[in-house]
Design a protein around this ligand. Structure first.
Ligand code: TXA
Ligand code: MG
Length: 318
């Protein structure tokens, strides 16, 4: 069992550790040390053009990372959502290494809500750059076991049990006239709109960011969304992932994101179900579609990315 102190020592020494956040496990290094950050990219096999989120323990932790003072909009959003699953993208300072932002002029920052993540940040005494602790393009980890399975070479995994939120943070770019949604996540646009207006600007279209690509979160086995793909005849080799409690006949196994259409519960169970599919004897998964409102938007975003390769009805990809 690795202690927070040991993990902090590794971070201070330029190493990489996996640690729990309330969303998913992160793979962290000192954000101000470009060589340490390069190790994250190598371990994940992540392309250099995909920027990392920098984790801080409080609003003032942003100051060394951004250009100028903290904007009023960031203060308002942090007061409502931090510590928590909201990443804000702001103009970066010169001290923030280019490797962290993949050469972009802006840096994504968030304060995680998990007590171990906050304790690690305090003990390390530096901001921690961390993507999700999975191999690039694969399913995000929500337990320490998921991390060890994908990154067996990693020496230090802080185990904080299963992540409560289970889906990644919402990523917003901050502009003078409001926020711009770059990635849907646990904090919904409806909740953001209670604090700030949506910006008329649209930089998302220009972003070179694989996190926003259509094919991502790919399990090693096919995933099909009911109603969006042609269903297979060999149901006895498949898992059915239920959201409403419905359990159709004929599947080898039925799993439940929720038994009564609870979106928060579904988010917490989502990546675990995809990891179990990879480890199971079953050949594929059919998922009951969720309503696309509130948190359902982020969950369906992840499911469509997981299913993308298999929606094309192309037998080559099956
Ligand atoms: O919940 C989370 O956000 C988790 C935990 C570990 O904090 N982290 C996470 O990181 O999901 P990652 O690297 O898997 O996804 C980060 C995404 C990038 O793919 C990119 O879309 C966006 O955040 N991002 C980060 N920095 C950015 C920047 N400077 N400009 C635009 N997008 C950025
Ligand atoms: Mg990720």
């Amino acid at each position: 069992m690795v202690s927070v102190e040991k993990a902090a020592e590794i971070i201070r020494g330029g190493g990489v550790v996996a640690f729990p956040t309330e969303t998913v496990y992160g793979l962290g290094a000192n954000a101000l040390d470009p060589v340490a950050v390069a190790r994250i990219f190598a371990l994940k096999a992540r392309p250099a053009f995909d920027p990392l989120i920098v984790h801080v323990s409080s609003l003032s932790g942003m100051l060394p990372l951004i250009k100028g003072p903290v904007p009023a909009l960031a203060i308002a959003l942090a007061e409502r959502f931090w510590p928590g699953p909201l990443t804000m993208v702001l103009d970066k300072s010169d001290a923030t290494p280019d490797i962290v932002t993949a050469g972009l002029k802006r840096v994504g920052i968030r304060a995680p809500r998990h007590p171990l993540a906050l304790a690690l940040l305090e003990a390390a005494g530096c901001p921690i750059a961390a993507p999700s602790a999975n191999k690039f393009g694969r399913v995000s980890p929500t337990t320490a076991q998921h991390v060890r399975r994908q990154l067996p070479e990693l020496e230090c995994v802080l185990d904080g049990g299963p992540c409560q939120v289970g889906i990644e943070s919402t990523v917003v770019a901050l502009h003078d006239d409001g926020f711009e949604l770059l990635r849907p996540g646990f904090v919904t646009p409806e909740q953001l709109l209670e604090v700030a207006p949506q910006s008329g600007r649209n930089t998302a279209a220009d972003l070179v960011s694989p996190g926003l690509l259509l094919s991502h979160y790919s399990p090693e086995k096919p995933v099909y969304i009911e109603g969006e793909a042609q269903l297979r005849a060999d149901t006895d080799r498949g898992v059915y992932l239920s959201f409403s409690g419905k359990a159709p006949e004929g599947y080898a196994r039925v799993e439940y994101l929720s038994r009564d259409s609870d979106l928060t519960e579904a988010a917490a169970n989502l990546f675990g179900a995809l990891h179990r599919l990879e480890e199971s004897a079953e050949a594929f998964m059919v998922v009951e579609a969720l309503p696309e409102r509130g948190l359902g938007v982020a969950i369906m975003d992840r499911l469509r990315k997981a299913a993308y390769r298999y929606q094309q009805n192309d037998p080559q990809t099956h």
